[in-house]
Design a protein around this ligand. Structure first.
Ligand SMILES: NC(=O)c1ccc[n+]([C@@H]2O[C@H](COP(=O)([O-])OP(=O)(O)OC[C@H]3O[C@@H](n4cnc5c(N)ncnc54)[C@H](O)[C@@H]3O)[C@@H](O)[C@H]2O)c1
Length: 371
């Protein structure tokens, strides 16, 4: 038996997240989806392909007669419609029909693209998520948000399309580059800040073990974060309300990411954006200075950046201007996510440019570098 979390919609189960330390769970998935006589295409990227495709294909081929794979060059630069068109062509060439299934083996880029492919090919086919980055395990593989970037705008074209299964094999994290691994903890810490004070303390206690990839600590952290993501997406499957809390740290984070020309990783920018949101929350008297410092220490304990160096006043203006082009802004009003005492996030549309500027400046004032 595998550990499982079921995601429901309107109190009805829609898909399971299965946890294991091998790919054996894929046999159960093929069996449950009744696709032994159908076709499967595993979509992956060039890095993940190198390490994990053989094992995945081997388990799938033991259970299904026609298994194909499609790999594209790793990285956000591939997350576009041109690559999706190549995937359509591949599925058409192999005569995939509505009963066939695509599997996403990779990080958030592979998951978002495969989900979008599945949402649009023949007006929708089933897909399975096999997340291989920490971020994809705790965040992007759950909730059915799929999409691609368009004309320089992130995730501008997409659809909600729920996976049929999410299969988390934690052992694949061994091959994930260290910086990507650390980056994933920003979303994990974010989960605790928006929803769960106890989890926040737990993360503090187990930071060393988790960073050393201690199996028990890491699996339990991934499991707890998936439970938080479950509670949020079940309450608000199409992001009309509280799902927006998951954007904590993302308004300024995304802007810093774009400003850095994507040299900083998403999670690193989410850490910096979260510290800004915490700073604004502190300045508004919503959290104490002690809590603010405690939260900054938690990001630092996971080796995430808590300071920014070499940015000027005009850079701060540029970053604030970028926040305005975020697609999450509504009529030019930004829905900023702040927090009351840790674990109590809420949306606020009144955050001013001055508050943002002070928060971004605080990243420099703390001193040091963001090495
Ligand atoms: N759909 C959602 O709800 C949602 C939520 C958050 C982020 N996202 C999206 O997710 C993407 C970021 O995801 P990401 O951080 O996983 O990036 P990614 O998919 O680019 O993966 C990061 C890097 O790690 C490599 N990699 C992944 N797993 C590996 C493994 N086990 N071994 C070796 N290398 C491995 C990848 O090849 C890539 O080079 C962004 O496009 C973002 O928009 C989507």
């Amino acid at each position: 038996m595998f550990d499982t979390i079921t995601i429901n919609k309107d109190n009805k189960p829609i898909y399971d997240i299965i946890f294991d330390s091998t790919f054996d769970m894929l046999s159960k998935v093929v069996n449950d989806l009744n696709i032994a006589d159908r076709k499967i295409c595993v979509i992956t990227d060039s890095n993940v392909c190198r390490y994990h495709i053989n094992e995945v294909l081997s388990v799938l081929r033991e259970n299904c007669g026609k298994v194909y794979s499609f790999s594209f060059e790793a990285g956000e630069q591939s997350k576009n419609l041109t690559v999706i068109e190549k995937m359509y062509a591949f599925l058409i060439e192999k005569h995939f029909d509505r009963n066939d299934v695509v599997f996403a083996l990779g990080g958030g880029v592979v998951g978002d693209m495969t989900g979008f492919l599945a949402a649009t090919y023949l007006r929708g086919i089933r897909f399975v998520q096999i997340p291989t980055s920490l971020l994809a395990m705790v965040d992007s593989s759950i909730g059915g948000k799929t999409g691609v970037d368009f004309n320089g705008y992130k995730n501008m074209v997409g659809a909600f399309h729920m996976p049929s299964y999410v299969c988390i094999n934690t052992s694949v994290l061994k091959t994930l580059p260290e910086r990507e691994f650390i980056s994933g903890f920003a979303e994990i810490i974010k989960h605790s800040i928006i929803k769960d004070r106890e989890y926040f303390d737990y993360l503090k206690k187990y930071s060393e073990a988790a960073l050393k990839k201690d199996h028990e600590a890491l699996t339990s952290i991934i499991y707890k974060s998936c439970l938080i993501k479950k509670s949020v997406v079940e309450e608000d499957p199409t992001e009309k309300g509280i799902r927006a809390f998951l954007n904590f740290g993302h308004t300024i984070g995304h802007a810093i990411e774009k400003f850095s020309d994507f040299k900083l990783l998403h999670g690193e920018c989410v850490a910096l954006g979260s510290i800004c949101a915490l700073y604004i929350s502190m300045k508004r008297g919503l959290i104490s200075e002690k809590e603010y410092n405690y939260a900054c220490d938690l990001f630092a304990a996971y080796k995430l950046p808590v300071t920014l160096n070499s940015i000027s006043h005009s850079d701060i203006d540029t970053i604030i201007n970028i926040t305005k082009s975020d697609k999450k802004s509504d009529n030019n009003t930004i829905k900023f996510i702040l927090t009351g005492p840790i674990g109590n996030a809420f949306a606020d549309k009144s955050v001013s440019d001055l508050e943002m500027a002070e928060a971004i400046s605080s990243l420099i004032v703390i001193g040091g570098s963001n090495e």
